[in-house]
Design a binder for this molecule. Structure first.
Ligand code: TRP
Length: 455
């Protein structure tokens, strides 16, 4: 393939992939799942899932991308020409697009709240008015769409500039900023009076809460959080150079993602403890970020308006950064597909993608307002996309990737790539192939059957 760009540095490659992984999932799901599934016990189970299922799949995706240096759809075609495997690549591109269409809606909300926080629009509310403030906003037919479009355009601008000057450069700016904000918020939250109780609650392992379904939800969370199975990591890896150690990069990216997720818990639980608010399992997803937390922050920090201003602004900016870098990675999956498969110029491909995403995003957004009555299987358009993308498309993609890497891929090619042609020993190779052949597909099958309710 001609004129293909590469990430210019190791750090750039890691930060870009970590940017994809660290997203809304780390902040609005992980902490609460941890809280309700036995604290540190859940974290251990989660780390186990990453080691057993997440890493082998991530390394496989890295390998497929870097070896072929092509977009996800073509990558599978190149490795298994003339077979149906190309559909796995296409499923990845489709899933990326599918997830984008609702991810941008929620990301738009975070921009609105970021704007509110920065202009002091959250002050003057209290526990009784935050829910209405949120509902008024999401039910409004126009405003959320405007913010959604602004958000998609931001990622568009980065994508348009290309791999090195767009994705890599911006990952190197946005990710360190994100780490700084996370650290700042953790410190502020933990030193609140009562904050350490929240920390203790989160870190106390309660193994009695760990059941089969805990393991399944940890696995689902690991998939979503690591951006597996939809071409994001495969596409980014197609820009890795030949020196990049795939397994090491995968470990680093997973470690960063897990650290940020745990630290999000270190922000949320101590603040809640300081505010004397007991988080419940229903405080998950959008209601956590847009209703519960503004209230918690107000209770915990409201005595000092400046502190409340800083914490709430920093928190929403943090989420915007996390969401933006994830969105960029999904955008790139589709853009590289359109560029390489249909011969579009990059700017054209990105623009087409942006317009179509905004178009479908409108329906997802309106499903909170005027289109709320449009339902399939009792789910709104938004819920339907969210549910089927994360519970159906991702496990199916992951299942086939593991089968592909474990059974179909040429062993020697696999070994050459992970060892960088003998530069490292890659002693984990055999156990990893074993996992990919047997353990990972069976594990995913469990998740899948569980999610469709058969199990
Ligand atoms: N991992 C991101 C998060 O935690 C979201 C995301 C980006 C994603 N790319 C993905 C999820 C691919 C699933 C698949 O929010």
């Amino acid at each position: 393939m001609t004129n293909r760009e590469n990430f210019g540095s190791r750090l750039g490659a890691i930060l870009a992939a970590a940017g994809s992984a660290v997203g809304l999932g780390n902040i609005w799901r992980f902490p609460i799942e941890t809280g309700r599934n036995g604290g540190a016990a859940f974290i251990l189970v989660y780390i186990g899932c990453i080691l057993i299922v997440g890493l082998p799949i991530m390394i496989s995706e890295f390998l497929i991308g870097r070896h072929t240096q092509a977009n996800t759809a073509r990558a599978y075609q190149m490795l298994a020409p003339g077979t149906a495997w190309k559909w796995v690549g296409r499923l990845g591109v489709f899933t990326a697009f599918f997830i984008m269409c609702y991810y941008c809606v929620v990301s738009g909300w975070t921009m609105h709240y970021g704007f509110l926080a920065l202009t002091n629009g959250l002050a003057g509310h209290d526990a009784s008015t935050f829910p209405a403030q949120f509902l008024d906003f999401v039910q409004n037919p126009y405003l959320p769409i405007v913010w959604m479009a602004v958000f998609v355009l931001l990622s568009h601008v980065v994508i348009m500039r290309g791999v090195t000057r767009g994705i890599e450069r911006w990952s190197k700016i946005l990710m360190p900023l994100l780490f700084i904000l996370v650290l700042l918020l953790v410190v502020v939250s933990v030193i609140q009076p009562g904050g350490s109780e929240g920390l203790a609650f989160l870190l106390r392992p309660d193994f009695s809460k760990v059941t089969g379904s805990t393991v399944l939800s940890a696995m689902g969370q690991a998939f979503y959080s690591l951006s597996l199975a939809m071409g994001c990591l495969c596409t980014y890896a197609s820009y890795f150079n030949r020196q990049t150690d795939l397994a090491r990069t995968a470990v680093q990216v997973s470690a960063i993602d897990t650290m940020v997720a745990i630290m999000a818990g270190f922000i949320i639980f101590p603040a809640a403890a300081a505010a004397n608010y007991s988080l419940s399992p229903s405080d998950i997803g959008p209601s956590l970020i847009f209703i519960t937390l503004p209230n918690v922050f107000l209770q915990a920090f409201g005595a000092y308006p400046l502190l409340f201003y800083i914490v709430s602004s920093a928190f929403y900016v943090l989420i915007i950064l996390a969401a933006l870098t994830s969105m960029i990675s999904m955008h790139e999956v589709v853009t590289s597909y359109l560029t390489e498969e249909f011969g579009f110029k990059r700017s054209r491909a990105a623009l087409l993608e942006t317009i179509v995403c905004i178009f479908f995003g409108c329906f997802a957004s309106l499903s909170f307002g005027p289109l709320n009555g449009v339902r399939l299987f009792d789910k709104t358009i938004f819920d339907l996309i969210d549910w089927s993308a994360s519970n159906i498309c991702l496990p199916i993609g992951g299942f086939f990737i593991s089968i592909f890497a474990g059974w179909r891929l040429d062993r020697q090619l696999f070994r050459d790539e992970v060892s960088n042609f003998g530069a490292s020993r890659a002693r984990y190779f055999r156990p990893m192939v074993f996992l990919l052949r047997y353990v990972v597909p069976l594990g995913i099958l469990g998740v899948l059957l569980n999610q469709v309710g058969l199990f």
